[in-house]
Write a protein that binds this ligand. Structure first.
Ligand code: FEC
Length: 312
């Protein structure tokens, strides 16, 4: 008998493939409004600083999708899982992924986003686009909405904080390091929308802090957009300055719980921008390693995809 075949639409933010695609990418993020020359140059400069021949998020998403398919197949051999990529702002777009599944004869699909926390403005918008395309093409698809408290995800993140405290602050007592969990900021109007994003991020952070019995930890927002609307804050740059000046904190570990791989918002916004500020202030700042293809993260994704299948 043929194995049950399930298509998995693995959705991620997307990144350009070359420097000349940055303008089209940025225009897509801005819902079709081209950036000004100044905005475009600023983004080009940020990519110049992190891109060494390839765009990190491209490689990391490719690797995560490959590793997830292997994990699904080895953990659930009774089902033939086939993973497809669907990117929010670059090719192959979410709609392309859905279309490819249909072309390949997939009849049953699950969608999952490479971001553990749900917001209507993030994961919700990925789901909406996939759902619309699937409906148009008559494909049955359901979605994993969030997995921010999955025990294996928490274990992977906890291991990273624990290891960083030990290896990167060898001469400092763990209680003397301020651990700051961060995630991408969003326009603050989500607070009036009963959106679970903020609560889910606090729950992930709290769970890690409890597992390690952290005495000094807090949350910080990063990478807010340059728009006229207010964004969730305070921004991590302001937080670093405040804790240094008002609380005399000099040892800081940032753990970007809202992100699952190395990309611009981690490699530039934390590793370059935050590090420069820390240096100016005379603080010692470190960051935890990104999850990338950590087997515990891949198992988290495999579990939630499989659980979603059972629910249908
Ligand atoms: O490495 C890369 O090439 C891409 C890194 C990248 C990730 C990412 C994740 C999230 N974003 C989220 C929300 C917004 C909102 C706006 C916005 C704008 C940008 C710009 C770049 C960018 N984002 Fe992003 N985001 C990444 C990159 N993001 C580049 C444009 C320049 C700038 O503002 O810095 C504002 C849109 C607007 O102008 O209207 C909102 C959220 C996430 C985390 C969840 C997810 O991955 O989907 C939320 C990675």
């Amino acid at each position: 008998m043929a194995k049950r075949q399930v298509g998995v639409l693995v959705m991620s933010y997307g990144t350009p493939e070359s420097m000349d695609q940055i303008e089209a990418y940025y225009t897509h993020i801005r819902r079709g409004n081209p950036p000004s020359e100044k905005q475009l140059q600023e983004l080009r400069d940020r990519y110049e600083a992190i891109v060494g021949g390839f765009f990190p998020l491209r490689k990391n998403t490719d690797d995560q999708v490959t590793a997830l398919q292997e994990t699904l197949r080895s953990h659930y051999p009774e089902i033939e899982f086939v993973c497809y990529q669907g990117l929010k702002h670059a090719s192959p777009f979410i709609e392309d992924g859905v279309e490819q599944m249909v072309k390949d004869g997939i009849k049953e699909a699950i969608g999952v986003v490479l971001a553990p926390h749900y917001s209507i403005m993030s994961v919700g918008s990925y789901m909406k686009r996939a759902e619309q395309k699937a409906e148009e093409l008559g494909l049955s698809i359901s979605f994993v909405k969030s997995y921010h408290l999955h025990p294996k995800l928490l274990q992977a993140l906890t291991n990273r904080v624990e290891r960083a405290l030990k290896d990167k602050f060898p001469d400092v007592a763990a209680d003397d390091v301020r651990v700051i969990f961060t995630a991408h900021s969003l326009p603050s109007r989500i607070l009036e929308m009963n959106d679970p994003y903020v609560d889910q991020l606090m729950e992930t952070s709290q769970a890690i802090a409890e597992r390690l019995n952290l005495k000094q930890w807090q949350f910080g927002w990063q990478s807010a957009g340059q728009t006229a609307t207010p964004w969730l804050g305070p921004d991590i740059l302001d937080t670093l300055e405040t804790i240094h000046k008002e609380e005399n904190v000099n040892e800081v570990l940032i753990c970007p719980v809202g992100f699952v791989s190395d990309h611009l918002e981690v490699l530039y916004d934390i590793d370059i921008e935050c590090m420069q500020l820390a240096q100016q202030l005379g603080m010692h700042l470190e960051r935890t390693e990104s999850l990338n293809v950590d087997p515990l993260y891949m198992e988290t994704l495999a579990d939630v995809v499989h659980d979603q299948l059972e629910k249908d």
